[in-house]
Ligand binder design. Structure first.
Ligand SMILES: [Zn+2]
Ligand SMILES: [Zn+2]
Length: 201
């Protein structure tokens, strides 16, 4: 899997382009901005963009999706619970972009490489985490040393706790690529993240 990282927009959102090395099929995760840079990278690398994935519907994760979905003629995937939480999302709907629903347990593919979808509400009702191989794209659910805010519309502290517990309980370790700030590993978060402290025995 080829992985290209962009920091985009005013909130420095982590956006990722991941491509299957065999087929060059790619997914773009959370294009909150940086349209030109991302578009150039897709073209320069000879990558075939297949779809755009949203870890959730906030504007800082979706802002460039409208232009990129149009340019590459691809669908976007979003959990239905986040359908109405972003201003940029309403633009996607009014522009007639193909918006497909994500659900817990879904498997999307790039070539023969699966991407697993975990529904992890808390930061927003439709927040999701994507896992492929040893890589976890955790959106604004799990950050290095913290977790996403729960005081936005659709946020829920109880759900966040359950979602963090679910990630904590996953077997094995993962490279964790959050929606903002530094990258980390699941094991490091299990050991040091304040919001996972209560799960340690
Ligand atoms: Zn957010
Ligand atoms: Zn965010």
């Amino acid at each position: 899997m080829t992985k290209i990282h962009f920091r985009v927009g005013a909130l420095q959102t982590n956006c990722f382009l991941i491509a299957d090395d065999e087929t060059r099929e790619a997914a773009l995760i959370d294009p909150g901005g940086g349209t030109k840079t991302i578009s150039a990278a897709i073209r320069d690398k000879g990558i075939q963009l297949k779809y755009i994935l949203f870890t959730h519907g906030h504007d800082d994760h979706t802002g460039a999706a409208i232009s990129l979905a149009k340019e590459f003629d691809v669908p976007v995937y979003l959990h239905p619970a986040d359908r109405s939480i972003g201003r940029k999302l309403s633009l996607l709907y009014s522009e007639g972009i193909d918006i497909k629903p994500l659900a817990d347990g879904d498997k999307l593919y790039l070539g023969s490489t699966p991407i697993d979808v975990l529904h992890t509400p808390g930061h927003s009702g439709g927040s999701c985490v994507f896992i492929t191989g040893k890589d976890m794209f955790s959106g604004d659910t799990l950050f290095a040393g913290s977790c996403g805010r729960v005081d936005f519309p659709g946020g829920d502290a109880r759900q966040m706790r359950a979602s963090l517990k679910r990630l904590y309980d996953l077997p094995g370790d993962y490279n964790v690529y959050p929606g903002h700030m530094d990258f980390t590993t699941l094991e490091r978060e299990r050991e040091t993240n304040f919001y996972m402290e209560e799960f340690r025995t």
